[in-house]
Design a protein around this ligand. Structure first.
Ligand code: MG
Length: 385
């Protein structure tokens, strides 16, 4: 079997690092045809060298410029560069590990070109889930294999069974670092408190989203579009140890769960090799040693971001794109220590109140909604209203 030719988007991020570990373990099965980054071109250099990659793209034009001065292969720049990279005939599989809304168009473009997308960029489904599902239908040779650990778990539990046999999807959530904090202490939460995730080591943006539970909220929306299950039937259960990665309740009473040590290499490799299971050197679970697995209901009053995500998801249309964009701005401002932790959901709520939410018929509408939400969130945050 000739190796799968992979375009790795977000090569220098946390998903990228785990993907490279997987690719090192299976050099005969996978070949990196191209890589893309947001702006971290310097971190990309050793990767280009090690894997002898001929094509690289940077979303940030200055980063692409700097890269082209030292890298002898082909360098692509900007969103156009990302799109031409994923549509290139030398690529048959796109592993999308970009962070944020910039990952959305490359996903759509790859599907339009009939490629398989290993999707770790949850913003793609949140921003344009309806459009992505339409593209999947129109290009039946294309496919999405989820990489987000929860959605990989659901995908594995479903094992190809249709939504009509599913009663509910149960997404597990670690609960983040503030699960046991009393609400009175939330006012005093600092950036370093919020960056301490109890079980997963991830990038800063997603770590803050895990602390507010917005990460789970975005995952609820992602699950709705990926698996075609109503919002009433996508549930969240707090499970602090992150051993059960998610579950599917089938209509015959069977509850299927996928378990494992929390390591992103597992869902990444599964998505790359699907439907095959290749060997992988990661720690194995010892349930007797773990002893006890705990589950709780989430507290939507303490974590209003989760409630807001359900609300935006049920509204549909441009609402999820608006929520996602406003959240990116709010989280960035929190990381710059310009707003407090408790202000994040307040800003999102106000942006959603002001929004005129319409149906999502084209990607341009998603982009316009995204831009409006960013500007409105910044205004509201910095005016302190
Ligand atoms: Mg996840």
């Amino acid at each position: 079997m000739s190796p799968k030719r992979i375009a790795l988007l977000g090569a220098t991020g946390s998903i990228g690092a785990s993907a490279l570990k997987v690719l090192r373990q299976h050099p005969n099965r996978f070949h990196i045809a191209a890589v893309a980054v947001g702006r971290q071109w310097e971190k990309l250099l050793p990767i280009l060298e090690e894997f002898q990659i001929p094509v690289a793209a940077a979303y940030d034009p200055e980063a692409a410029d700097a890269l082209s001065k030292v890298f002898k292969g082909k360098v692509l720049s900007g969103m156009e560069g990302l799109l031409s990279l994923v549509s290139d005939a030398s690529v048959d599989y796109v592993l999308n590990g970009l962070v944020g809304a910039i990952g959305c168009r490359p996903t759509l473009e790859a599907l339009r070109c009939g490629k398989t997308v290993g999707l770790a960029n949850k913003e793609s489904m949140v921003m344009a889930g309806g459009l992505i599902n339409a593209a999947l239908k129109k290009h039946p040779e294309s496919a999405i294999i989820p990489i987000d650990s929860e959605h990989s778990a659901v995908f594995q539990c479903l094992a190809g069974r249709p939504a009509s046999e599913v009663e509910s999807i149960e997404l597990t959530a670690s609960g983040g670092p503030f699960r046991d904090w009393p609400e009175e202490k939330f006012d005093a939460i600092t950036k370093s408190d919020a960056l301490k995730h109890p079980t997963w080591v991830m990038g800063e943006k997603i770590t803050i989203d895990s602390a507010t539970l917005m990460n789970k909220g975005l995952e609820v929306i992602e699950a709705h579009y990926l698996f075609g299950v109503d919002f009433d039937n996508v549930r969240v259960v707090i499970h602090p140890k992150s051993i059960v990665h998610s579950m599917v309740q089938f209509r015959d009473g069977s509850l299927m769960a996928q378990l494992g040590c929390p390591d992103m290499q597992v869902p990444i490799q599964y998505a790359l090799a699907y439907p095959e299971r290749l060997s992988l050197q990661v720690p194995r679970l010892n349930l007797a040693e773990i002893g006890k697995l705990e589950f709780f209901s989430p507290d939507m009053d303490k974590f209003p971001c989760l409630r807001l995500a359900y609300e935006a998801g049920r509204k549909g249309g441009t609402a999820p794109a608006i929520l996602n964009a406003a959240n990116e701005v709010a989280v960035a401002l929190f990381l710059e220590e310009k707003i407090r932790f408790v202000e994040i959901p307040k800003i999102l709520e106000r942006v959603l109140e002001r929004a005129s939410i319409g149906p999502l018929l084209s990607f341009d509408e998603a982009v316009a909604a995204d831009a409006w939400a960013r500007e409105t969130a910044r205004e509201l945050a910095l005016s302190g209203s």
